[in-house]
Design a protein. Structure first.
Length: 438
């Protein structure tokens, strides 16, 4: 999913699987869709641009293009991130959803568990050109292991470290950090005179999860064992969360006020020169909207403990992004597959990902020179070499809520000057683990 507008998830998605199977009205999910309405489609798109109206202007001409080619008219609704998941969940319980929809890729396994989405088996993938067209990491965030994917990758995103070139120069720092020790050391030089080294969104649950998950991988922890049981209080998970919160609590390189941030305030602070670094996904367009020129900032891979980014303990980003899915009870199954094929075609992948500042999950589209800019090159290489998907489990949404809230509370403690110890971190995570078991 994209963190710019990520929803705070309060519903337990797995509880809806039972409701979906017994929903009233509409066709049951077991029917596999039909073709009662071959000339129309409804499409719920996630808000990817600066606002909903911008998305309509971007997508409108492409939907008209699809209509001219196929004779199928697409009714578009762009849904803001804070509303998207709840709208989808309501549709799974009522059986009355769109034909095609965008989902945050971290929701894939959760929504798969409801039984509401069309499985992308070999036949369905073959209808859009085959699985081999997509990069493997992006396919890893399309549903639970061992099952046919619940969705198809549409836009891929990863994290990068953005830095203010002038602030680094003024602090006498010749190059951006590549390890966490370097980031902390640089951060202490940068945090002075009312300015701070690193921005964070401590009130944003999804962002908290993303950063803790990556640091967890670097500490050898996944937050869940092979059976899907929470391991939030493992040594590696506790160390990861403490390291992240310690940027504020111990290292003093994040402003205390960031504990309450949750609506892109850290990006505005960066663009206005109040913060020297920020960890983010595809931030260029937001910087520009806030008046920052491309020459004023640089971008490098997110740091690792040592060495260079790669797989395993060298993972330096969660695999973010948007998938496109089909409701299983669609009334235009053939048209829905044609639309997914259109949206994931090489040409549309180049155009749409270029427009939104994302990276195409389609291999051929990545060859476009547009994805070799200073920013997109870092994001593309991170996607293919060192990003990992969040746990593809049915309880992923609850994971974001419980652990994300634990981290939010720890940031609040740090901002209030209360000590953040290994014991206090473990206690918060133990509470989150208990919530997952309920």
């Amino acid at each position: 999913m994209r963190i710019l507008r990520a929803a705070t998830v309060t519903a337990t998605v797995t509880a809806l699987a039972t409701a979906a199977s017994g929903c009233g009205g509409g066709t049951t999910f077991g029917g596999g869709g039909n073709n009662d309405s071959p000339k129309t489609l409804t499409y719920w798109a996630s808000n990817q641009g600066p606002n909903v109206e911008a998305d309509k202007k971007i997508l409108g001409p492409e939907l008209k293009k699809f209509e001219r080619r196929t004779g199928i008219k697409v009714k578009l609704e762009v849904i803001p991130w804070p509303d998207l998941l709840n709208r989808i969940l309501a549709a799974t319980t009522s059986g009355q959803g769109p034909d095609v929809l965008n989902i945050g890729n971290t929701w894939s396994a959760s929504l798969q568990a409801t039984g509401a989405l069309l499985p992308w088996d070999k036949r369905n993938f073959d209808s859009i050109g085959g699985r081999d067209r997509f990069v493997a990491p992006a396919l890893g965030a399309t549903g639970a292991a061992g099952k046919d994917p619940a969705a198809v990758p549409l836009y891929s995103l990863t994290y990068a470290l953005y830095y203010n070139k002038q602030m680094f120069k003024d602090a006498g720092i010749s190059r951006p950090p590549s390890t966490w020790d370097e980031l902390v050391a640089d951060g202490k030089k940068l945090s002075k005179d009312g300015k701070w080294a690193l921005g964070a969104e401590g009130g944003q649950l999804a962002t908290n999860i993303h950063q803790a998950f990556v640091l967890g991988k670097q500490h050898g922890a996944d937050f869940f064992d092979s059976a899907g049981k929470p391991t939030f209080t493992s040594d590696g998970a506790v160390a990861a969360v403490k390291q992240y919160v310690d940027f504020m609590a111990k290292d003093k390189i994040i402003a205390p006020g960031n504990a309450e941030y949750g609506q892109n305030q850290s990006l505005r602070d960066f663009a206005k020169g109040r913060t020297a670094m920020v960890l983010w996904q595809a931030a260029a367009t937001t910087f520009a909207a806030d008046g920052m020129k491309p020459a004023e900032w640089g971008v490098v891979p997110v740091p690792v403990a040592s060495g260079t980014p790669g797989t395993g303990r060298q993972t330096n980003s969660m695999l973010a992004g948007i998938n496109i899915a089909v409701f299983k009870n669609t009334h235009n199954l053939n048209g829905a597959r044609k639309f997914v094929k259109f949206m994931t075609s090489d040409a549309e992948q180049r155009l749409l990902n270029k427009t939104y500042g994302a990276i195409p999950p389609v291999k051929a589209a990545q060859k476009d020179p547009a994805f070799n800019s200073q920013e997109t090159k870092v994001l593309r290489e991170t996607l293919t070499k060192s990003a990992a998907p969040l746990p593809q489990i049915a309880d992923e949404a609850q994971f974001e809520t419980s652990v994300g809230t634990a981290i939010k509370d720890l940031f609040a403690d740090a901002a209030a000057g209360e000590p953040v110890t290994t014991e206090s971190v473990k206690a918060r995570l133990a509470k989150a683990e208990q919530q997952m078991a309920q």
